[in-house]
Design a binder for this molecule. Structure first.
Ligand code: ACO
Length: 445
């Protein structure tokens, strides 16, 4: 049996990646190996195990990838212990206060806040890319009326590959166009799927409107009724998108990187990310939070009882807990404030908001949640904003997908521009039967 110990040691740097010259010393089966240490710009440290199997015959095993760095990235920094989130170095709080989704999308994608000219060009390109091929409208009539909009979104986004073929060699202009298509068309597809679900005619996008205004108008106007754009709602939805724009190597983004690493078609690759997002432990949680709050409200179950059920593992307190944050998710703080402001300004009292506040208050005094570092995450209050803006609950995760699109695309782009790019292919430790032989059916008992 091998005995492994890891010690830090100093040796010369050996490789092409940014390294410190430090190594970790691994003692395995009586042999010593030096594993390079990689340090990020925010002093996060990793042991580079990329040569581990080749040198030792061992692999690392890390259920749920809690300790595995799958890439080195320049896009988003999270310090989960301190509750810090920055896009390209800029704190999320500053962006939420001063920026817009479109500007932030440019920052995430291309690394810098755009100049005025760049922003105008980017916005114009998004506007000019908002229509989807007219033949795609047939798809929307083919789905059952009660189809979940996420089911429609995944399918129609993947189908864009049939209507907008991607050249084999993606040069910069082609890449820019693909990025604009996905960012802009997902919004159109989302609104069309909603219109289909309520049996209303679709409303086409308009180049006269800005990103969020355009989306809200496609969603809520009809041929017989104009939609009044409320600046508070426009800003709330814009900030909602901005707060979701990237979150480093989460489940859906890792899916995009994994699927994209096979050089798959970008529309299909993003569709895979949307599928991963849909699950209720990830982006689907925003819908589940509001379902949970409504359940508590309608079934006369007190918040105290619900928290007790969560502690007994009969329920999950949806919108609580996070793999990376061991304290408040900074996005949750911002969203809670927006929710407060929006409801106050509109003079709306939402009993679900009161239940959410109560659940948070109880949980944050309870040792079960404190000892496990379970705090509200981005989904805890976000659904209430969307509810106040008039979105039905089954559209919440669709809105998350619209917001996350810049992140998926930026991570996909970064991966393909990385000189060390290779197909992602994890290994496993096989625990099944050892060699045995085929038994004919007549001899099986
Ligand atoms: N309610 C009650 N208990 C919880 C919760 C919760 N929301 N989340 C975690 N726990 C408990 C687990 O039961 C476990 O308890 P144990 O140590 O007694 O076994 C412990 O806390 C650790 O939980 P894990 O599931 O191991 O934590 P992990 O990091 O794997 O999961 C996750 C993180 C999926 C977010 C989890 O906290 C969860 O299910 N939360 C609710 C769903 C949710 O809000 N998801 C959105 C996440 S944010 C996003 O994706 C945008």
């Amino acid at each position: 049996m091998g005995v492994a110990t890891l010690q830090e040691a100093r040796t010369a740097s050996t490789a092409e990646r940014p390294r410190t010259g430090q190594t970790a010393r691994l003692v395995l089966d009586g042999k010593t190996y030096e594993l390079p240490i990689v340090v990020g710009t925010e002093n996060e440290k990793a042991i580079d195990t990329s040569q581990l199997r080749a040198e030792t015959g061992y692999i690392t095993l890390d259920n749920g990838f809690g300790n595995t760095g799958a890439c080195q990235s320049r896009i988003t920094f999270i310090d989960g212990e301190k509750g810090i989130l920055r896009y390209r170095g800029i704190p999320i709080e500053e962006l939420a206060e001063k920026s817009t989704f479109t500007e932030t999308a440019h920052l995430i994608m291309y690394g810098e806040l755009p100049t005025k000219t760049q922003l105008e060009r980017f916005s114009k390109r998004l506007n000019c890319s908002s229509l989807i091929h007219e033949d795609m409208l047939h798809f929307f009539t083919g789905f059952p009326k009660d189809a979940h909009p996420m089911a429609i979104l995944t399918t129609v986004v993947a189908s864009l590959s049939a209507f907008y073929p991607v050249p084999e060699q993606l040069d910069e202009p082609a890449e820019e166009q693909v990025i604009a298509n996905l960012m802009s068309q997902i919004r159109t597809i989302a609104a069309f799927s909603y219109k289909k679900s309520i049996g209303e005619p679709i409303v086409y996008p308009s180049n006269k409107l800005r990103f969020v205004e355009n989306f809200l108008t496609m969603m809520f106007s009809s041929p017989v009724k104009d939609y009044h754009l409320d600046p508070d709602i426009v800003r709330a939805v814009d900030v909602f998108f901005l707060l979701h724009a990237d979150h480093e190597q989460n489940c859906s983004t890792s899916t995009v990187r994994l699927a994209g690493s096979s050089l798959g078609n970008i529309y299909a690759v993003v569709s895979a990310g949307i599928c991963a997002l849909w699950g209720k432990l990830h982006g689907g949680a925003n819908q589940e939070v509001v379902n949970m709050l409504q359940y508590i409200r309608r079934n006369g179950c007190s918040p105290e009882e619900f928290v007790a059920r969560a502690k007994d593992k009969k329920e999950r307190l949806m919108g609580f807990g996070h793999r990376v944050y061991r304290t408040f998710d900074p996005r949750a703080r911002i969203i809670k404030q927006i929710c407060h402001k929006l409801l106050n300004k509109r003079g709306v009292s939402d009993p679900c908001f009161d239940i959410a506040l109560k659940l948070e208050e109880i949980a944050l005094k309870d040792d079960y949640f404190l000892s496990r570092h379970l705090y509200p995450n981005v989904d805890f209050y976000s659904g209430l904003i969307l509810k106040a803006a008039g979105f039905p609950t089954n559209m919440f995760t669709v809105l998350f997908a619209i917001g996350r699109m810049p992140g998926w695309l930026a991570q996909w782009r970064e991966m393909h521009h990385d000189p060390g790019f290779k197909i992602a292919r994890p290994r496993q430790i096989y625990q099944g039967p050892t060699l045995r032989h085929y038994v004919p059916v007549s001899e099986r008992v």
